[in-house]
Write a protein that binds this ligand. Structure first.
Ligand SMILES: [Zn+2]
Length: 222
C-alpha cells in the first residue's frame, strides 16, 4: 500500500466526533456574584454542579460546552456570545429558583420576551448589546423548548410548581439559537436533599434537551 493510501486509510478509520448537536450550558452567577444563599452553599456552586451533571448526561451524543467551568463571573452578554461563537444549537442557562419564604420549592422556565411587563433583577438586565434581539428570530423554537423543559421539570418534581413565562433577560436576548433560562428547584427542609434535587434536575433537563433536539433538525456544522 502506498503512502497516500495509508494516509487515506488512517483518515477513514480515525474516530470522528460525530456530534448530533452543540449544546451550551450556562451555570449562572460565579465569582463575586454568588447568587442566592441556599443554606448549605451558594447558588453559584449549586448551579455549576447541576450544569456539570447535565453536561455529563449529554456528553458523547452531543458536544457540550459550559460557559464557566470554575468559580468566576462572566457578564450575561459574554455568555450568549460564547454560544454564538460556537454556533451552538441550544443555549441553556441554569439558576436556582428562589423559595417562597416560607414555602415549597419552585421552578421557573424563562424564555426571552422583550414585551413582558415583568422585569428581571438588575443583575440580569444589563445594558443592551449591539446584537440585542437576535433571540427574536428563535422565539417559536425557544417557546417549544420552554414547553418541554417545563413538562420534564414537572414530571421530575411532581410536588413543585413550575412556572413558565417570558422575561427580557440579557443572557438570552443576544443568543442566536433556541435559548432558555431555567431556575431549578433548590432543596428545602423536609423535601429532597441536595443530591436528589441535583440529579433529578439534571436528568429532567437532559430529557428536555434530547426531546427538543429530536424534533429540531440540526444544521450541519462548519
Ligand atoms: Zn440566579
Amino acid at each position: 500500500m502506498n503512502k497516500a493510501a495509508l494516509v487515506l486509510l488512517a483518515l477513514l478509520t480515525a474516530p470522528l466526533p460525530l456530534f448530533a448537536a452543540t449544546v451550551v450550558v450556562d451555570p449562572g452567577h460565579g465569582g463575586n456574584r454568588p447568587g442566592a444563599d441556599l443554606g448549605d452553599g451558594r447558588e453559584k456552586e449549586f448551579v455549576l454542579e447541576a450544569a456539570r451533571r447535565l453536561a455529563g448526561l449529554l456528553q458523547g451524543r452531543h458536544q457540550v460546552v459550559l460557559t464557566r467551568e470554575e468559580d468566576y463571573f462572566m457578564g450575561p452578554a459574554d455568555r450568549a456570545g460564547l454560544a454564538n461563537n460556537l454556533k451552538a444549537d441550544l443555549f441553556l442557562s441554569i439558576h436556582a429558583a428562589p423559595r417562597g419564604l416560607p414555602g415549597p420549592a419552585r421552578a421557573f422556565v424563562w424564555r426571552w420576551d422583550a414585551a413582558s411587563t415583568r422585569r428581571p433583577a438588575a443583575e440580569h438586565a444589563a445594558a443592551p448589546t449591539p446584537w440585542q434581539a437576535l433571540q427574536a428570530a428563535h422565539a417559536a423554537e425557544s417557546a417549544r423548548l420552554a414547553q418541554v423543559a417545563a413538562l420534564e421539570l414537572g414530571r421530575a418534581f411532581p410536588d413543585t410548581p413550575v412556572h413558565a413565562g417570558g422575561l427580557p433577560l440579557t443572557v438570552l436576548e443576544g443568543a442566536d439559537m433556541p435559548a432558555l433560562l431555567v431556575e431549578i428547584p433548590q432543596p428545602v427542609p423536609g423535601g429532597q436533599d441536595r443530591e436528589a434535587v441535583l440529579s433529578a434536575a439534571a436528568a429532567a433537563l437532559a430529557r428536555a434537551v434530547e426531546r427538543f433536539l429530536a424534533e429540531t433538525p440540526v444544521t450541519a456544522g462548519p
